[in-house]
Design a protein around this ligand. Structure first.
Ligand code: HEC
Ligand code: HEC
Length: 180
C-alpha cells in the first residue's frame, strides 16, 4: 500500500477514470491508497456496497447517503461487472465550471435524485427511460422542474425552482432526459 498521508486526495500513482462521480470518489477513496485498489477490482453493486462499508470501518471519513450513492454508481459503472463506459467529464462535480453541475447544486437536485437509484425522487435514469421517445418530454419535464409537483411518480412533492431562468430549466430537462 502506498503511503500517501499528507498528499492531496488523488495524488496516488493510479488515478480513477474521469466520469460522472469521479471527483467525489477520488476525494473520498484515494485518501489512504491510490486507485490501483479500485482499478484492479471488478465488483457488483452489492460488493461495492460492502466494500464502502468496510472502508468506513477502516476509518474513511463520514459519507452522507447522497454522496455514497454517487460513489457507488460511479464504481459500478466504471469498475463493475459490465463493460466500462468511455472516460468523460465529471458532470456531477460541484462547481467545476460545468454549467449543469452548478445548476444541480443551485437546485439541490442531488439531495433528492441520484443517477441510477431512486431516493426521495426517482433516479435520473428512470426519468429518462419513462420519457424516451415521447415528443413532449422536454416541455413536460421542464414544467415540473420549474413548478414542482407530485403525482407523476408518487405522493412525495418536488419543490419548484423559481430562481432558475427558462434556459437553465431547459438545460436541466435536456440533461436529465439524456441520462439513460
Ligand atoms: C481510511 C483509509 C481508507 C479510505 C478512505 C479508503 N480505503 Fe480502501 N482500503 C483501506 C485499507 C487499509 C485497505 C487494505 C489494505 C490495503 O490493501 O492497502 C483498503 C483496501 C481496499 C480495497 C482492496 C480490497 C480490500 O478490502 O482489501 C479496495 C477495493 C478499496 N480499498 C476500495 C476503496 C474505496 C472504493 C474507497 C472509497 C469509497 C476506499 N477504499 C477508501 C483504507 C481506506
Ligand atoms: C426535495 C426533493 C427534491 C428536489 C430538491 C428536487 N426534486 Fe425532482 N423530484 C422529486 C420528487 C419527489 C419527484 C416526483 C414527483 C412526482 O411524483 O410527480 C421529482 C421529479 C422530478 C422529475 C420528473 C418530472 C416528470 O415530469 O416526471 C425531474 C425531471 C426532476 N425531478 C428533476 C429535478 C431537478 C433538475 C432538480 C433540481 C433543480 C430537482 N428535481 C430537485 C424531488 C425533488
Amino acid at each position: 500500500m502506498a503511503l500517501l498521508a499528507g498528499l492531496p486526495a488523488g495524488a496516488g500513482e493510479v488515478a480513477l477514470t474521469s466520469g460522472p462521480g469521479s471527483t467525489l470518489t477520488t476525494e473520498k477513496c484515494l485518501l489512504c491508497h491510490d486507485g490501483d485498489h479500485i482499478a484492479r477490482s471488478r465488483l457488483s453493486r452489492a460488493e461495492w456496497e460492502d466494500n464502502v462499508s468496510i472502508m468506513v470501518r477502516r476509518g474513511m471519513p463520514p459519507i452522507d447517503p447522497a454522496e455514497r450513492a454517487v460513489v457507488i454508481d460511479y464504481l459500478v459503472a466504471y469498475y463493475g461487472p459490465g463493460p466500462a463506459p468511455a472516460a468523460g467529464p465529471d458532470t456531477l462535480a460541484a462547481g467545476g465550471g460545468d454549467p449543469v453541475a452548478s445548476l444541480l447544486t443551485a437546485g439541490a437536485c442531488l439531495g433528492c435524485h441520484q443517477p441510477g437509484q431512486a431516493a426521495v425522487g426517482p433516479s435520473f435514469r428512470d426519468i429518462a427511460a419513462r420519457y424516451a421517445g415521447k415528443p413532449d418530454a422536454i416541455a413536460a419535464v421542464a414544467a415540473q422542474i420549474r413548478n414542482g409537483g407530485s403525482g407523476r411518480w408518487g405522493d412525495v412533492p418536488m419543490p419548484g425552482n423559481t430562481m432558475l431562468s427558462d434556459a437553465d430549466v431547459r438545460t436541466l430537462a435536456e440533461w436529465v432526459l439524456a441520462r439513460q
